[in-house]
Design a protein around this ligand. Sequence first.
Ligand code: HEM
Length: 467
Amino acid sequence: LNEPPLAPYRYPIIGHTYRLLYDAENFLKECREKYGEPFSLYVFGNVRTFKGVDSTPEVLRNSDVFDHSLGINKTFPFVAIFKKFADPERSYMSRVVHEQISGKISVYTSRIQKELVSGIENFIGDCKEPKVIGKIQETMSRIVAKPVVNVFLGEECAKFGDIIVSFISAEKALDKMRFAPKFLLYIHHSLYKFVAMVPLKFGWNPMTQHRDIFVQRCKPIIEERICKNESGTDVIDDNLLNNLFGSIYMLVFAAISTTTRAVSFALFEQLQIHNESNGYLSTEDVHKKMVKLNCFLKESFRYSSDIAMLPHTVVSNSYTFSNGITVPKGRDVYVYSQDTAFNNKLYGETSNEFQPKRHITSFSNGKTVNSPATKVDRSFIIFGGGKHACPGRFFSVNEIKICLHKLILKYNIRTESGKIVPSLKISSVKIPPIAGLILKIVINNIVHSAYGFENNMTYYSLSSVKI
Ligand code: HEM
């Protein structure tokens, strides 16, 4: 009774699948205008409900009714892949990230910086002559992986090149499994999942080879750490290592893919600012923009928001929203995130424009207050909200800021065409533009450098800028 309105469709089974796959942005907007929110669509043989700005906080707040893990697992057999290695409680993973990663960020910042600088040197390099970086997301993922491994596994483990490569290629292997048999979703999502899981049924798991590298490299280091530990009670057995591998890979997968996406988007958006300053940023420009980097990043998160995300499955008998609309048990509820990110009620008439300054409030006495990129509220849901809001956001924002800071200061960056390139959309997911970036080193004759970059008696002006 009183279900969200189901948009009419012509063809059985296919329903709205085609439009959602190829024109999600316009289609969801049209439905929102026509039916209000929430509304339902018939997708991949299933009814799917989309929540807009008003009911999204209710979905995020009531995690005992709306289950995100179940929702995700319907479109990607994530749990089945990792089950062989570890089946950690969601709350346990969240606590580990809160306490051990985000809670100790000040301990890690210098290590993150060191690894990022060396990654930028290795994978982008000197660029005395302009250099074209074709696949920026791939390059960024290499740069981002090392600090992530350093923090999650420790400095010794991050020294092994094959461990870093293993993390990057594991992410790619999982991605391939996610996207390969997508056409089967047209028929039914359970068929897609069945086919995606065939390799697992025959004993082939993309993660097994990565587990072996992990055990080979990390076992001696972990054993040594346990020996040094005075309590020294644990015996490191295969089961413990297996579990450790599973938990760490799940987290690292989350950390590398999300952070890489965000840095790549932010870099392209930073070019808009470069263009506004005639393609060249003065040190003063950079200085001002670095102080405002947080707001820039927050705007980049908002602007690059997926069209719809965070599938949740209703696990209670039914749920009635405060506006009286009811969804039944088993219903997949998606957050129509653009309804929040580009909402005129929240962001005014300019909600469609990229404006970093919108996250700064200026007072008549000259004081300004920034809204941190890590702050979640009903107008900013990139990191979710409620009890399950992303615990890794402090780590992520920290790493992204440092990475952008280093890149922007070290290089002049532009697209190959010199124009701003739009992002790509795969169904309701946005991915950073696939366009070449040209990088050329910025050289200033300011003779001081806190970070010690020295090259043929020329110093780069890094120390004059604060993040
Ligand atoms: C730009 C980067 C990131 C974005 C956009 C992001 C986004 C999200 C979102 C939207 C959720 C909430 C899902 C829900 O509502 O159920 C979430 C949860 C989570 N994220 Fe992130 N994340 C990022 C980085 C990270 C990093 C770096 C880590 C690990 C260090 C991490 C670990 C987690 C964990 C463990 C959860 C589950 C929390 C729970 O269930 O209580 N995330 N993330």
